[in-house]
Every structure is written in structure tokens, then in C-alpha cells.
Design a binder for this molecule. Structure first.
Ligand SMILES: [Cu+2]
Length: 313
């Protein structure tokens, strides 16, 4: 094809046109801020960008996320460890990055979404470090059809609850922590639940036969009292919220570890932050796993359809 280095400047008219296109493409590659082709993933003109620098802590291939212990992001975030989503153009990073690698990247905050791009490895890790949040060998995640064990938790009223109590209703549960700083992680899960709560309410019969449960893995900070105020804010009933349909729960560290492990959810503390995955599950009225959404891409409409399907079986 093009072997002559002077191709761009000496071609015929036809070649010049091609050269211009190629030149534009090259410019596009080098000025990636202004021309992005992210495989259908749009970026709005209002997106804000921050330079990020840090060390890879874990790579979650399934959820397309890289946890990075990063330095202060000027005007945006203190130094901490967080999982960052990567978009299609950067999926290569999921295969290449290893814990311990030093990287620079650009953090994009676009409305409710955040992700990193322009990932550059500035220094490779010396050896194999512990992968931290990676799944251990032999770990098995809950599959559709599995029976949900009768886990015990503590709800927003400080009352002990057992999951078998929700038999007879379709149960939608997810995992969050109230201090989560990234808008498309825990806050998005709670926004989705809020939307579902509203939708379900429109159908009285369905509402009576469904239940929502948000479980916090921040057992140290998310006390029943904290969950109560967090939950009341999401239902917009604040202190008058009775939590009869959407509950918020925590538990002992062991209780949370057990239920999280059942769903293959990994989380750990890293410099005061909680690095975590996401799991949202629909449980049938018979107490069996119907579906598990991994990550943050599921939509309330999708969950609603699944709940309706469960109830119409
Ligand atoms: Cu979170």
C-alpha cells in the first residue's frame, strides 16, 4: 500500500485526497480529545477531563475495569484507589495491564458516566504482585437456578432480616456503599432502583409481589442510621420513609462477606476507599436466582421486564 515516506506530499490529485484523509486520521489519533471514535460510545461536548497518574491495583476483565491507586486529581479528587471503567478503544489495557504497573491516563467525567482513556504504561511492575480483587481459583458465582441461602442481614431500622422472609415475592437486590464517589457505580445502582421503585408502584399487584434490597458492604460506616437517611433521600420520603418495599441493609463483616461471595462480588479497602465490583440480582418468589447483572450496564427497563417475566412464569 503506502511505502513511500513522501507519499503525503507528492501524490497525484487522487492520491492527495487520500493523503488528506489519512492525515486527518493521523491527526485524529494524536489529538484524541477532539475526534473520538469509541465504537458507538458517545462522549458529550460537556465532558470534563482530568489527568490521572497512579499504580494499577487490579484488573477486572469481566467488568472491563481497572482499579488504580492514583495520586490527587487536581480540582476533582483526592488521592485514593478506585475502579475505573475503560471503553472499547481501550479494552487492550485489560489484557496488558498488571497490578503494580505505573500508568497515566485521562479520566473523563461525562454526565453520570466516568471512564479512563489514553492509558499509558509509564513503568511496568517488577514482578507478579497479589492481584487483590481478582477471583480466586475455584470461586463460583451464583448461577440462575441456584437457591439463595437464607443469609441474615440488618436493615435500616436495626432489625435483623433473613432473606427467606422475601419468599413469595420477586426480590431485586444490589450492593452499594453510601460514600461511593463515582457517579456510575453505587449512585447509579441506587438511581436505577429508584426508577424501578417508581415503575413498580404503577402496578399495584406487581408492587405487592416485589421487594427491593440494597446491601452495603461498608459495614464500618454504613450503620442502619446512615442507611436510613441515604434510603430516605433516594425514595424522596426522607424521614417519613417506612421502607416497606425498598430496604437498605448491612450486616456483620462476616455476613456481608458471605452474601457478597455467593454473588461473586469482590470488594476490599484500599487507602480508605472501597474498591469493588457490582452485582445486581433478581431472585424468584421461590428463592432461586433468576438473573445476575454484572457491572453497571443494566437498565431499569430491562430489570422491570425481567421481574415481570419472573412473576408471569
Ligand atoms: Cu461504589
Amino acid at each position: 500500500m503506502m511505502t513511500k515516506p513522501n507519499f503525503f506530499f507528492t501524490g497525484t490529485g487522487h492520491n492527495s485526497a487520500r493523503a488528506l484523509i489519512l492525515l486527518a486520521a493521523l491527526l485524529c489519533l494524536s489529538i484524541s480529545f477532539s475526534c473520538r471514535q469509541t465504537g458507538g460510545e458517545a462522549t458529550s461536548p460537556n465532558a470534563r477531563r482530568y489527568d490521572l497518574q497512579g499504580k494499577v491495583v487490579a484488573v477486572d476483565k469481566a467488568e472491563k475495569r481497572v482499579s488504580i491507586s492514583h495520586e490527587e486529581i487536581k480540582e476533582y479528587m483526592d488521592a485514593m484507589t478506585m475502579p475505573f471503567a475503560v471503553r472499547k478503544n481501550d479494552y487492550w489495557a485489560l489484557d496488558v495491564l498488571k497490578p503494580g504497573d505505573k500508568v497515566t491516563a485521562v479520566l473523563v467525567v461525562d454526565g453520570g458516566l466516568t471512564w479512563i482513556e489514553n492509558i499509558v504504561i509509564t513503568e511496568e511492575s517488577a514482578g507478579n504482585t497479589d492481584a487483590g480483587a481478582q477471583p480466586g481459583a475455584g470461586e463460583r458465582e451464583a448461577q440462575p437456578g441456584d437457591t439463595l441461602p437464607n443469609f441474615s442481614l440488618i436493615n435500616q431500622d436495626g432489625k435483623k432480616i433473613r432473606l427467606a422472609e422475601y419468599r413469595g415475592r420477586a426480590l431485586l437486590l444490589t450492593f452499594i456503599y453510601t460514600r461511593c464517589p463515582l457517579p456510575d457505580y453505587c449512585p447509579l445502582m441506587s438511581e436505577n432502583f429508584k426508577a424501578l421503585e417508581k415503575e413498580l408502584k404503577k402496578d399495584e399487584a406487581l408492587y405487592a409481589r416485589t421487594h427491593l434490597l440494597s446491601i452495603s458492604f461498608d459495614t464500618a460506616y454504613d450503620t442502619p442510621k446512615v442507611l436510613k437517611s441515604y434510603g430516605g433521600a433516594y425514595t424522596e420520603n426522607y424521614t417519613s420513609e417506612k421502607f416497606t418495599h425498598w430496604e437498605f441493609a448491612t450486616g456483620t463483616p462476616e455476613e456481608i462477606r458471605d452474601i457478597a461471595a455467593f454473588f461473586g462480588l469482590r470488594y476490599y479497602n484500599e487507602s480508605g476507599q472501597i474498591v469493588h465490583g457490582l452485582r445486581t440480582a433478581i431472585i424468584t418468589p421461590e428463592g432461586k436466582v433468576y438473573k445476575v447483572y454484572r457491572g453497571n450496564e443494566w437498565k431499569p427497563e430491562e430489570a422491570l421486564r425481567d421481574i415481570q417475566a419472573v412473576m408471569n412464569k
